[in-house]
Ligand binder design. Structure first.
Ligand code: SF4
Ligand code: F3S
Length: 104
């Protein structure tokens, strides 16, 4: 499965949702997550994200992000069409340690 990592937090660009053939993105206040049981591993969302926030869960160090994606995909609403990103989205590109800003 693919997972969304902390690069998405507060950037929330949302171009990823438009291309997912199985509509498996879920929307939180300041990031999106992928439902790991629904993702079919097609990979088409990966190049859509300008901040490179979508990674295969086989990459080392992504365990905690896989858990977070799985947990919140169960409770957040599904999103299938993009909306406008937050007005300060650009300012958060590439900022380190954004987990502290995560809004459950
Ligand atoms: Fe959707 Fe494919 Fe991305 Fe999985 S890899 S979230 S199925 S677009
Ligand atoms: Fe996040 Fe990138 Fe999608 S910033 S909302 S994973 S396009």
């Amino acid at each position: 499965t693919f997972v969304v990592n902390e690069s998405c937090i507060r950037c929330k660009i949302m171009d990823c949702v438009n291309v997912c053939p199985v509509d498996c993105f879920y929307e939180g206040e300041n990031m999106l997550v992928i439902h790991p049981d629904e993702c079919i591993d097609c990979g088409v969302c990966v190049p859509e994200c300008p901040v490179d926030a979508i990674k295969p869960d086989s990459e080392p160090g992504l365990e905690k992000w896989l858990s977070l994606n799985a947990e919140y995909a169960k409770i957040w609403p599904n999103i299938t069409v993009n909306k406008a990103p937050p007005p300060d989205s650009k300012e958060w590109e590439g900022k380190p340690d954004k987990l502290q800003y995560f809004s459950p």
